[in-house]
Design a protein around this ligand. Structure first.
Ligand code: NAD
Length: 513
C-alpha cells in the first residue's frame, strides 16, 4: 500500500509515495557500506565540495522546499524558513568552517611519554554507515542536519522519515540527488516504524541516531544492545519556562506565547510548563492571554498565518485529554481549550491554562500540542524544585534581569540546554550541542560533540624506545614491586619529601635487582 502524504490543514492528499520493501533494507545498508569506503576515503575538502553543491541546490529551491514542508507538516511558511531551512544552512556553514578543526588528529600528552619516547594522537575516523530515524515535527531540519554531520565525518547514511511526512523525505532524497552526491552515500527508505523501522536495527548499522518518542527510543535501545550498535537518542521534552519577578514581563510573555505555540506546540523543546513568581503572575498571565488571542490560525501556506494545524487526529486527542484532566483537577482555561470545527484540518485553539499544578498531566507528561499551563511559585528553591520534578530534561528557560542569579540557577537545572531570557533558539545554531538528560535522551547531535559521536576515536601510540624491556613487563619480582611502588610515589606523591622517598626506593631496588 502506498504512503499518503496528507495536508493536515485541508486533509487533501498531497502525493502518494511507494514504501520501500522491507527486505530491501539490508541490501541498501550493504551497498551504502561499499559507497562509504569511497566517500570516507575522500579528503575532507573533497567531501565539503560535494556538500557545497547540495547547499547551492537548496538555496536555489528555497520556495519549493518551504512549500513541501508546509503542505506535508502543516507549519506556517515562516517556520519552514526559520526552523527548518535556516538550521540546515547553518549546519552547512558549520561543516565548512568547523569540521576541519574538529576532525583534525589530536595530540595526546602524558609526562611519562617524554621520558619513554612515546608519541600519541587520536584520529576521528568515520563510523561507517549511520542509520537516521526521524520524526514528523521537524521533518527537514532534524534529519538533514544529522545527515550533514554524518557525511562530513565520512559516513554513509540510510535515512527513514516518518510516514506522516514522507513527502519531505522525498524532497530530501531529491536534494541530495540533484546536488550530485555520489551514488549510495545518502539513501532514503520509506515506511512505517513498525515495518521498515524495526528491521533497520537488524540491518548492520555502525551508528544510529533516533529522534522521536521515549517509548520507541527505549525499544530501539534494547534492540541496539543485541548488536552493541551505538545509538544516539533525541527524545521527548517537558520544558520549564521560569519567570522571576525581575524579568522583562513584556518580552517574557511574547516568548512564552511563541515558544508554546510554534509548530502548534509540537516541538520537543517547546514551552510546556510555565512557572511564574507570584508577584508578577497577574501581569504575565494577562499579557500571555492577550497575545494568544491575537494569533491567526489557518493554513500555513498563507504567509500571514501564525499557527497551523496539528499533524493528526491522534494529537488532538492527547491535547483534549490533558486539558480535560487539568480542568477536572481545578485548572482554569483562560483562552482556547477547544478543537476548531469550522476548518477541515486538525486545528486546535491555542490554550492558556491557569492554576496548573503537578498532579496534572499537562504539567507532567509531554502534551506536544498548543497548551500553555501556568503555575505560581514563591522563591528560587521552589522554582528549581518544580522545574526538576520531571522525568524529562531537554531544555529549560529562565527569565530574569539578574544574570548572575540566572547562571547559578542554570547549574541547578537538570537539562541538556538552559537558555536565559530566550527559549528554543539554540537548536538552529549548529555550534550548540543538542540533546537531553534523564528520559529526554542519550548523547548529543550538532556541535563538535555531535560530530565526534559519529566518529570512531582511534588512538595511535608510537614508541621509539631506547631500552629493551619496560619495567612493568615480565618477570615479576619483589624488587620490581618495590621499584614500581617507588615510581608511584615519585610521580604522584605530591609533596617533595614523598617524591624524594620514591626516587630513593627506585634506586635501592635497582641496586638489588
Ligand atoms: P515516534 O517515536 O512515533 O517516531 C519517530 C520515528 O521512529 C518515525 O520515523 C517512526 O516511523 C519511527 N519508528 C516508530 N516505531 C519504530 C520502531 N519500532 N522501529 C524503528 N523506528 C520506529 O515519534 P514521533 O511521533 O514521530 O515524534 C514525536 C516525538 O519526538 C516527541 O516525543 C518529541 O518530543 C520527540 N522529538 C524529540 C526531539 C529531540 O531533539 N529531542 C526532536 C523532535 C521530536
Amino acid at each position: 500500500m502506498t504512503i499518503k502524504s496528507i495536508n493536515p490543514a485541508t486533509l487533501e492528499v498531497n502525493a502518494e509515495i511507494e514504501p520501500s520493501p522491507v527486505d530491501s533494507v539490508k541490501n541498501i545498508v550493504d551497498s551504502a557500506r561499499d559507497a562509504q569506503i569511497l566517500w570516507g576515503g575522500l579528503s575532507l575538502n573533497k567531501r565539503l565540495q560535494h556538500l557545497n553543491k547540495v547547499k547551492d541546490c537548496l538555496i536555489s529551491n528555497i520556495d519549493e522546499v518551504a512549500k513541501v514542508i508546509t503542505l506535508d507538516n502543516g507549519k506556517p511558511l515562516v517556520e519552514a524558513i526559520n526552523s527548518e531551512i535556516y538550521p540546515v544552512l547553518d549546519m552547512f556553514r558549520f561543516c565548512a568552517n568547523d569540521a576541519a578543526e574538529a576532525l583534525r588528529s589530536e595530540r595526546v600528552n602524558n609526562p611519562i611519554f617524554r621520558i619513554a619516547r612515546v608519541r600519541s594522537y587520536n584520529l576521528f575516523e568515520p563510523r561507517g554507515v549511520a542509520g537516521i530515524i526521524s520524526p514528523w515535527n521537524f521533518p527537514f531540519s532534524i534529519p538533514v542536519t544529522q545527515i550533514l554531520m554524518a557525511l562530513v565525518g565520512g559516513n554513509a547514511v540510510v535515512f527513514k522519515p516518518s510516514v506522516l511526512t514522507a513527502l519531505v523525505g522525498e524532497q530530501i532524497r531529491k536534494l541530495f540527488e540533484e546536488g550530485g552526491m555520489p551514488e549510495g552515500v545518502v539513501n532514503v527508505v520509506q515506511g512505517s516504524g513498525s515495518e521498515i523501522g524495526d528491521v533497520m536495527m537488524d540491518a548492520g548499522f555502525d551508528h544510529v541516531i533516533f529522534t522521536g518518542s521515549i517509548a520507541v527510543g527505549k525499544h530501539l535501545m534494547k534492540k541496539a544492545a543485541d548488536t552493541l550498535t551505538p545509538i544516539t537518542l533525541e527524545l521527548g521534552g517537558k520544558d520549564p519556562f521560569i519567570v522571576f519577578s525581575d524579568a522583562d514581563v513584556e518580552r517574557a510573555s511574547s516568548a512564552a506565547v511563541w515558544g508554546a505555540f510554534i509548530n502548534a506546540g509540537q516541538v520537543c523543546a517547546s514551552v510546556e510548563r510555565v512557572y511564574v513568581d507570584r508577584r508578577v503572575v497577574e501581569d504575565f498571565t494577562s499579557a500571555v492571554v492577550e497575545k494568544t488571542k491575537k494569533l491567526r490560525l489557518g493554513d500555513g501556506i498563507d504567509p500571514d498565518t501564525d499557527m497551523g494545524p496539528l499533524i493528526s487526529e491522534e494529537r488532538i486527542g492527547v491535547v483534549e485529554a490533558h486539558i480535560n484532566d487539568a480542568v477536572s483537577k481545578g485548572a482554569r482555561i483562560l483562552t482556547g481549550g477547544k478543537r476548531i470545527t469550522d476548518l477541515p484540518g486538525f486545528f486546535f485553539e491555542p490554550t492558556v491554562i491557569a492554576d496548573a499544578n503537578h498532579t496534572m498531566d499537562c504539567m507532567m507528561e509531554e502534551t506536544f500540542g498548543p497548551t500553555l499551563p501556568i503555575m505560581v511559585f514563591d522563591d528560587i528553591d521552589e522554582a528549581v524544585e518544580l522545574a526538576n520534578d520531571t522525568r524529562y530534561g531537554l531544555n529549560a528557560s529562565i527569565w530574569t534581569a539578574n544574570i548572575k542569579k540566572a547562571e547559578g540557577i542554570s547549574r541547578r537545572l537538570r537539562a541538556g540546554t538552559v537558555i536565559v531570557n530566550n527559549c528554543l533558539f539554540t537548536y538552529g545554531f549548529s555550534q550548540c550541542p543538542w540533546g537531553g538528560v534523564k528520559e529526554s535522551g542519550i548523547g548529543r547531535t550538532h556541535s563538535v560533540h555531535g560530530l565526534h559521536e559519529l566518529t570512531n576515536i582511534k588512538n595511535v601510540t608510537i614508541n621509539t624506545p631506547l631500552i629493551r624491556e619496560d619495567l612493568w613487563w615480565y618477570p615479576y619480582t619483589e624488587n620490581k614491586y618495590k621499584a614500581l611502588k617507588g615510581a608511584l610515589k615519585a610521580m604522584f606523591g605530591g609533596r617533595m619529601i614523598r617524591s624524594a622517598e620514591g626516587i630513593v626506593e627506585i634506586i635501592k631496588s635497582f641496586r638489588l635487582y
